[in-house]
Design a binder for this molecule. Structure first.
Ligand code: GDP
Length: 445
């Protein structure tokens, strides 16, 4: 899971607080020390770590906590709020130009994921009714133009690329002509893909800066590979000096166990993270929500994203019904089954389950999750009567035994499914009502 290592370090820290009634100053200091160690190990920039732990310590020692019903949970809440802050506070949306087209320029090192991102962004915009034009200004890397052509085709959007022999080699001209083309052909968005190098170099920076001056973009997005760890800060600073940017896109978040780049970039550059890229496919892309990311790090479960993804995977009518049912506490095993059947393949289910609270701890089981697991779950639910599916509370021992026999599973399998379902339903309900989910393993308030 994203930020898995950081996540388990932090949740372990909080587990030690669980049993405490009041917190002594020593308890707070110990916790803050653990958090500091976890963040440093995650490659978070030292300045950001100092600032972060300073704030958490001050708030945790303050009245706020000792007046609380459950000081331990209060500390988690403080850490959650400070994580949201360090990730950028409120979500910042893409800025649109007053007079279209809105011009978005991408900058970053080679391999950061710019070209892939251009396709993701274009597909996402297209899905919202926009008509983006991709402009190929990476004329350095052999194949870059072809690669952009491929993603444009996958995304089903138009591309503007230099004709061989016609201005090839001058990315600034191509960029300007691309924007002009968008105006003539009435594209409302232009996405300019630029060249990167393996390391920061002056020539690349000048080229990017020239493209910026020539096209006056509404957004310059700095695309950064979140796996580069400690180098992220220096690279971001170099791009800020050389080109400057209005926002950040974190790529390869799917493989990021530590989260150092994500947690440092806002504090170091003052620029918000706008999007996250989470895989090689064009749909592995999402607007960045600091609050959701924070609760994912704390393993509170990213219920909101989960619900949203469920909504895009199901038809809208169905999604509305599910949301209503969750709010009314009427979400049944039947709904669970029909959701599973509607999802295509184990990949998306795995992703969704990874966002459920407490799942950070179940990584190994998730790794083994495959299509057969869906078949098994289906078999169990289908061996239940309608009444049992609608009201799992009536599932006593003899019913469970009958279901296990009927589906060819063990009673333990049946128990585990029912338990998972109940936890998910409860958690979803709390969130649908605007509450804060219980932290798994921390016990009731
Ligand atoms: P560019 O040089 O900046 O244009 O980078 P590319 O778009 O060519 O991406 C470099 C490599 O990273 C390609 O193999 C992509 O498939 C891969 N990639 C890009 N974004 C992601 C991501 O979010 N997750 C993963 N796992 N791979 C990615």
């Amino acid at each position: 899971a994203t930020f898995g290592t950081l996540s388990s370090r932090l949740t372990d820290t909080f587990k030690n607080l669980r049993a405490k009634g009041k917190l002594s100053a020593a308890d707070v200091d110990g916790t803050v020390r653990e958090i500091r160690r976890a963040l440093l190990e995650a490659d978070v920039s030292l300045d950001v770590v100092k600032d972060f732990t300073g704030k958490v310590r001050e708030r945790a020692l303050g009245d706020e906590v000792n007046r609380a019903l459950n000081p331990a949970q209060q500390v988690v809440q403080i850490v959650n709020e400070e994580l949201i802050e360090v990730l950028g506070g409120d979500q910042r949306r893409l800025q649109f130009a007053k007079n279209p087209p809105t011009v978005i320029m991408l900058a970053g090192l080679q391999g950061a994921g710019k070209t892939t991102l251009a396709g993701k962004l274009a597909k996402w915009l297209k899905g919202q009714g926009h008509t983006p034009l991709l402009v190929a200004c990476d004329l350095q890397r052999p194949n870059a133009v072809t690669q952009l052509g491929v993603v444009a085709e996958q995304a089903g959007v138009a591309i503007f690329a230099p004709e061989p022999g016609n201005g090839v080699g001058d990315p600034v001209k191509v960029a300007k002509r691309g924007v002009a083309e968008a105006k003539t052909k009435q594209h409302d968005f232009v996405i300019i893909d630029t060249a990167g190098r393996l390391g920061v170099d002056a020539e690349m920076m000048k080229q990017a800066s020239d493209i910026r001056k020539a096209t006056d973009p509404d957004e310059v997005l700095f695309v950064i590979d979140s796996l580069i760890g400690q180098d992220a800060v220096a690279t971001a600073q170099a791009f800020q000096e050389g080109v400057d940017f209005t926002g950040v896109v974190l790529t390869k978040l799917d493989g990021d166990q530590r989260g150092g780049a994500a947690l440092s970039i806002r504090g170091v550059t003052g620029r918000p993270i706008l999007f996250a890229s989470t895989g090689e496919g064009l749909d592995d892309f999402e607007p960045f929500h600091p609050d959701r990311m924070a609760s994912r790090i704390l393993d509170l479960g990213d219920i909101l994203t989960l619900i949203e993804q469920a909504q895009s995977a199901f038809d809208e009518e169905e999604a509305k019904k599910v949301a209503e049912k969750i709010a009314k506490d009427a979400f049944t095993l039947n709904d669970f089954l029909s959701q599973m059947q509607q999802l295509r393949g184990a990949g998306s289910i795995k992703k969704m389950m990874g966002m459920l609270p407490g799942m950070g701890k179940m990584k190994d089981q998730l790794e083994n999750f495959d299509d057969r697991e869906i078949v098994r779950t289906e078999a169990i639910i289908q061996s239940m009567t309608m009444e049992e599916r609608e009201n799992p509370k009536i599932l006593n021992g003899s019913r469970r035994l009958r279901i296990a026999k009927g589906s060819g599973m063990t009673v333990t399998d049946v128990n585990s499914l029912v338990q998972r379902f109940e936890q998910a339903a409860k958690m979803m309900k709390t969130v649908a009502r605007g509450g804060m989910p219980q932290i798994p393993g921390m016990g009731p308030i």
